[in-house]
Design a protein around this ligand. Structure first.
Ligand SMILES: CC(C)(COP(=O)(O)OP(=O)(O)OC[C@H]1O[C@@H](n2cnc3c(N)ncnc32)[C@H](O)[C@@H]1OP(=O)(O)O)[C@@H](O)C(=O)NCCC(=O)NCCS
Length: 180
């Protein structure tokens, strides 16, 4: 099944080989990957990222949904969103998202998170969706709070990012809270 989610301003679709240049352009900027962990989309890895997420599209059962955020107005790629099923038996998924720096502050991440959260609960029937966010990533924390995610706790110095030990907050949303 090819996924396509529509929001007011965006078409959130599967990645294609033709997206590599656009992904490379936004993911090679230092401020873009400042808070991201090793293994996530990072400097110079746009080609590998697009090839990996295209391969994931045909996996069955499919547990990874890494989608491109494109503006309806001009089809420009402005970022990506990820939903990964971490525990199928218990219906749990992890959420991730990133927007190209030149588009920050325009509500794109919040719009995309609302759409992928709806997909998680109403199409995949997940029970719990959670996100792990660097404690200094104020913009990302704002996105989660705007989308009604609840702070569960803090992982102390759980990762090394750019050579520095950093801590992360865990935020989650349950299906009942989403529907309320
Ligand atoms: C986090 C990120 C996705 C936010 O994208 P965005 O499209 O700018 O987010 P939105 O426009 O939806 O803004 C969300 C809120 O955060 C606020 N915000 C933006 N930058 C901020 C900052 N530096 N400090 C505090 N708040 C900030 C916005 O004003 C907005 O709040 P408002 O609607 O009440 O004004 C983007 O900064 C990004 O891609 N960062 C790099 C990758 C990353 O860190 N991803 C998240 C991993 S958990």
């Amino acid at each position: 099944m090819s996924i396509k989610l529509q929001t007011e301003r965006m078409s959130i679709r599967e990645h294609r080989v033709g997206d590599i240049a656009a992904v490379e352009a936004y993911s090679t900027q230092e401020k873009f990957w400042r808070y991201l962990q090793v293994g996530e989309l990072g400097e110079g890895s746009g080609k590998a990222y697009v090839e990996r997420v295209i391969a994931e599209q045909s996996m069955r059962p499919r547990s990874e949904f890494n989608l491109a955020l494109t503006m309806k107005a001009n089809e420009q790629i402005v970022g990506n969103v990820r939903l990964g099923i971490t525990d199928l038996e218990n219906s749990e998924a992890i959420l991730g998202y990133a927007v190209a720096p030149e588009y920050w502050g325009q509500g794109d991440a919040s719009e995309a998170v609302k759409a992928i959260t709806d997909f998680a609960f109403n199409t995949l029937f997940m029970h719990r969706v959670y996100a792990v966010v660097d404690i200094e990533n104020a913009a990302s924390i704002n996105v989660l709070q705007k989308c009604r995610f609840i702070h569960e706790g803090t992982l102390r110095e759980n990762k090394i990012s750019q050579g520095v030990r950093r801590s992360s907050h865990i935020y989650s949303l349950l299906t009942d809270e989403y529907s309320a």
